[in-house]
Design a protein around this ligand. Structure first.
Ligand SMILES: Nc1ncnc2c1ncn2[C@@H]1O[C@H](COP(=O)(O)OP(=O)(O)OP(=O)(O)O)[C@@H](O)[C@H]1O
Length: 434
């Protein structure tokens, strides 16, 4: 009998689960009084909802015994080439490179400037880098130094505009069974959290993506969906489950299909508000951690994952498509000279080491030739391995300040972004027939 165990996708954030304690009988479904009932259920719950009024109690993915891999490539598995999401092409203007012949798609790279902060303004910072049109970042003092990207947003762009370009196509593809990863990269205080989370007046990529996912469901009559979320942080190279305070120091496991976090909690979500409530709860857990360990949001990488399954009804049934959408707010690198305490210094060195490893991994991948890629050198790159090695769309949003006092740091971010553009990906649709 079916349970909520889902088919294994090629995403790095796949989580094995024991067989469901809830059987997927009608009594375990969320179909109560013809209303979708949010409930406090763990990953094992199976609650399907569709784009119409009805709900289904059946799971689309098969139950698997513990001894079996939860996500083997089942019979009938098909990984069809999906149409690439339409990101515009890009090229480096002043630092030409020998790009490998591309046969796949590439990482989409977006740059987002924030305005000069009050602090920068007060201390007399000038503009050192600026958006020259919507594809080029240019240096004010040396105009010949410029980089081109898929898209560059100046300081007055809002998060909805950034979302529409850098995340919406990835979200849309994820709803069609193609794994996706959107992540924000940049030095501390450059605007990563503003971009990924935002606030009530200016929601960021994560709430906008959640809203979009539910609106796509509404606009997809005749299909049923199952959505689950997980939320974790990597703090000092330790993975903590933000949806389950007892889930500390979780292990990264690996099997033939890639890496996954063992024992992470997944929650079924039934509405945008429901999904956002889990994020809010997760932030609370992270905050508690902060008090105990001097942990700040900027001191951990966070990964919010939305797991999506869908299937058409009745005669229209054409297999189950599934995907994972990973929305990542990286911790910002910070100069060690700003660290004041031992704990801060330790945090900073973990952050810098993992970001350095990310840079090395991107650099190796961008070379486009077979060589050792040190994914295992950090938890972040281990978890990102499947995404970066090409299984799904990847959108990198690099946040930068125009301030002259951060000119070198911004230049480093631009160089990282430039390298990332050269990484090839081969996104394919995940589909399984039962
Ligand atoms: N595009 C923007 N427009 C207006 N304000 C912004 C923008 N980006 C960032 N800010 C503001 O700048 C400050 C720092 O931003 P934020 O906290 O998002 O940085 P961060 O990169 O996440 O830093 P950290 O790495 O320390 O977490 C915040 O007050 C934020 O509101």
């Amino acid at each position: 009998m079916a349970s909520s165990s889902r088919a294994r996708s090629s995403s790095p954030f796949s989580h094995r689960k024991p067989s469901s304690p809830y059987s997927s009988t009608s009594s375990s479904s969320s179909f109560m009084n013809n209303r979708l009932m949010p409930r406090s259920c763990s990953s094992s719950a199976s609650s399907y909802f569709n784009s119409g009024n009805g709900f289904s109690s059946r799971s689309m993915t098969p139950n698997r015994s513990r001894s079996e891999s939860m996500y083997p490539a089942p019979r009938g598995y098909s990984a069809r080439a999906a149409p690439p999401v339409s990101f515009p092409s890009e090229e480096l203007i002043t630092e030409p490179f020998d790009a490998p012949q591309r046969s796949g798609d590439s990482i989409s790279v977006t740059i987002r400037f924030r305005p000069l902060s009050e602090r920068e303004f007060q201390r007399g910072d000038e503009i050192s880098w600026y958006a020259d049109g919507d594809k080029i970042v240019r240096n004010e003092y040396n105009p010949a130094t410029a980089y081109a990207f898929d898209r560059v947003f100046g300081p007055h762009a809002n998060s909805q505009e950034v979302y529409d370009v850098a995340a919406k196509p990835v979200v849309k593809a994820a709803m069609e069974g193609v794994n996706g990863t959107v992540f924000a990269y940049g030095v501390t205080s450059s605007g990563k959290t503003h971009t990924m989370h935002g606030d009530h007046t200016s929601p960021g990529i994560i709430p906008l993506a959640i809203k979009d996912v539910f609106s796509i469901i509404q606009d997809t009559p005749g299909s049923e969906f199952l959505l689950r979320v997980s939320y974790l942080e990597i703090y000092n190279e330790v993975i903590n489950d933000l949806l389950d305070p007892t889930g500390q120091n979780l292990r990264v496991r690996e099997d033939a299909q890639g890496t996954y976090v063992e024992g992470i909690k997944e929650e079924v979500v039934l509405s945008p508000g429901h999904a956002l409530s889990f994020i809010a709860a997760g932030e609370e857990h992270r905050h508690v951690g902060s008090n105990n360990f001097n942990l700040f949001s900027s001191r951990s990488h966070t990964i919010f994952t939305l797991m999506i399954e869908s299937s058409a009804h009745g005669d229209e049934y054409d297999g189950v498509i599934f995907s994972q959408l990973n929305l990542i707010d990286l911790a910002g690198s910070e100069s060690s000279k700003t660290e004041t305490t031992g704990i801060r210094r330790k945090e900073g060195s973990y952050i810098n080491k993992s970001l350095l490893t990310l840079g090395t991994v991107i650099g190796k991948l961008s070379e486009g030739k077979a060589s050792h890629v040190p994914y295992r050198d950090s938890k972040l790159t281990r978890l990102l391995q499947s995404s970066l090695s090409g299984h799904g769309h990847v959108s990198l949003i690099c946040t930068v300040t125009p301030a002259s006092s951060s000119m070198e740091e911004t230049h480093n971010t631009l160089k990282f972004a430039s390298r990332a553009k050269r990484v090839e990906i081969y996104a394919s649709r995940n589909k399984v027939y039962y």
